[in-house]
Design a protein. Structure first.
Length: 149
């Protein structure tokens, strides 16, 4: 009997979805529903789903607020893909080049009053996700967030 199983086989894609939002924070509930749907399809429990929602909201709201100049309508595309090992969210925009992975770690030893404004969003994303990557390609910011399953 021959074994036709290929050990280099790619993991099965279990979930693949995407959503495109405008750069308007009023669309955040649509993002939350999208993340909930993806996490439910993958079978994540409520606490992990809440973490994913928090991380994605932090990252996407930053894009909505800062990627495009004031008054300019732009899109934020969020793609989700999960296989047997990894849940990946990719956030894509055509806005101002910005690599959040280069931002300094927030100094959480300081009190809220002493801490400079901002910087906690990327800190939170780093805490909640297992991987974070950025690239600038084809005049787009591409932020990839991964969570091990």
């Amino acid at each position: 009997m021959t074994d036709n199983h290929d050990n280099n086989q790619q993991p099965n894609v279990r979930v693949q979805r995407s959503i495109t939002l405008g750069n308007n924070v009023e669309q955040v509930p649509l993002l939350a529903a999208f993340v909930d749907e993806v996490c439910e399809a993958v079978g994540l429990d409520m606490s992990v789903t809440m973490s994913m929602n928090l991380a994605l909201e932090e990252a996407v709201v930053n894009v909505m607020k800062y990627a495009y100049p004031e008054g300019v309508q732009g899109d934020v595309q969020i793609e989700a893909k999960a296989d047997d090992r990894l849940l990946t969210f990719v956030i894509i925009d055509h806005g101002t080049p910005f690599d959040p992975t280069l931002q300094e770690e927030a100094d959480t030893s300081l009190s809220a009053e002493e801490r400079p404004i901002g910087g906690l969003g990327i800190f939170l994303v780093r805490q909640l996700m297992d991987g974070i990557g950025y690239e600038r390609a084809d005049d787009r910011n591409i932020l990839t967030l991964t969570k091990k399953l």
